[in-house]
Design a protein around this ligand. Structure first.
Ligand SMILES: Nc1ncnc2c1ncn2[C@@H]1O[C@H](COP(=O)(O)OP(=O)(O)O)[C@@H](O)[C@H]1O
Ligand SMILES: [Mg+2]
Length: 376
């Protein structure tokens, strides 16, 4: 039997745990045409949820055409135009009416279209001479979608990336175009909290309060336990309750890490799974990831490294500049530690989580955190 615990791309709803409430809200927003902002820490399951939504739209035969575009690798407005046009082309069935019309539209821009030999995904090379042309093309693409007499859902993943473009007016440009659309609903997704919040709730910014927020927390413990148990049992592997508890505790129920630990444990398992087998799986993962963790140290200052160790040892820290925490871990003065913290957040090594009004800092990579706490 195939391993039911996946930690790469979304496969099927059977291998996807829960997110029922979030899914319902997203569907309802799609139907009513409300744009949504989805902000949550890395690897918690944002992209997976988008694909789960697309799957549901298909299964329920909802009259919505979903398009997914990941803009993580884009560096300029020109890149953005390119990846959006590729995403549209890839999502629209080439033989459908709308697919054919898009081909005519994109060909009017005289592109060079090639196909990736491995994935057969289209690659579109546009020659856009100047900024004016890029802006017009972006507008043309989105307006094209709006004119199809179909409801379109455009999910833009890692949306905060638009803040990195050298062009300074991208937010205003996008907002101006989007405001005029009637049939395209947007799902903006991102993991950099500060930037995403500033884009969508910064009073002076073009997207200010233009969307509904969707909060994605960790999967509920009980629901995740049942999911884990069910998947082991269905494969004829009996897992005891202590082992399941150990898994969710060791991974802090963080989705990616839970999936990966379960995946490895599943591979090692015979007909019985107990805590000692789970520990063996955990050790195997740390051993293989240690290569990467060790390299981090070279890239960081000793202050950064020491603060990481301190946070790892605590698991979660609420008050980074609290005297007790600083003294216990010999960290120096509060203001410099705060600066170090900011730099670690910027490097995506430390997460700032806010739930129930409380802020907590933890190491983004749970395995890295376990490794640091164990080794130092
Ligand atoms: N609800 C879920 N049940 C099972 N696996 C999930 C779930 N959500 C996400 N995953 C898996 O966890 C990993 C990380 O999720 P991903 O969606 O890529 O996170 P993000 O986009 O927030 O960084 C992926 O391999 C994904 O397939
Ligand atoms: Mg993602």
């Amino acid at each position: 039997m195939d391993n039911p615990f996946i930690f790469r791309a979304y496969k099927t709803k059977e291998l996807f745990c829960d997110r029922q409430k979030e899914l319902e809200q997203l569907i309802s927003n799609c139907i009513s045409g409300a744009d949504t902002t989805l902000i949550a820490q890395r690897r918690i399951g944002k992209t997976g949820l988008i694909y789960r939504l697309f799957d549901e739209i298909k299964t329920q035969k909802l009259p919505i055409v979903p398009i997914y575009v990941d803009i993580f690798a884009t560096r300029t407005l020109e890149d953005l135009v390119k990846v959006i046009s590729e995403a549209i082309m890839e999502s629209l069935p080439p033989k459908s009416n709308i697919g054919k019309k898009f081909l005519i539209f994109i060909k009017s821009l005289r592109p060079v279209i090639t196909y990736d030999p491995l994935t057969s995904a289209p690659q579109i090379q546009l020659t856009l001479q100047n900024e004016e042309e890029r802006q017009q093309t972006l507008k043309g693409l989105l307006t094209f979608l709006d004119n199809q007499n179909e409801k379109i859902l455009l999910a833009i993943d890692e949306f905060q990336q638009i803040r990195e473009y050298p062009e300074k007016n991208v937010e205003a440009l996008l907002r101006t175009i989007i405001q005029k659309l009637n049939d395209v609903t947007f799902l903006y997704c991102g993991s950099k909290r500060h930037m995403m919040l500033d884009i969508f709730s910064g009073e002076r910014n073009p997207f200010y309060r233009s969307t509904e927020f969707l909060n994605l927390q960790k999967i509920d413990h009980t629901v995740y336990s049942d999911f884990i148990k069910h998947n082991f049992t269905a494969a004829g592997k009996n897992i005891d309750d202590d082992a399941v508890r150990y898994i969710l505790d060791w991974t802090k129920a963080h989705t990616y890490f839970t999936q990966r630990l379960c995946h490895t444990a599943f591979n090692l398992a015979g007909q019985k799974v107990d805590t000692s087998l789970v520990k063996e799986a955990a050790a195997q993962i740390l051993q293989s990831d240690a290569v990467v963790f060790g390299q981090y140290q070279q890239l960081l200052t000793s202050g950064q490294w020491n603060l990481l160790i301190a946070i790892a040892k605590e698991g979660e820290v609420e008050q980074i500049s609290a005297r007790q925490f600083l003294r216990k871990h010999h960290l120096g003065n509060p203001s410099s530690v705060n600066r170090t913290l900011t730099s670690l957040i910027e490097k995506n090594l430390v997460d700032e989580n806010i739930s129930d009004g409380k802020t907590q800092y933890s190491i983004n990579d749970v395995f890295f955190s376990r490794w640091l706490a164990e080794k130092y």
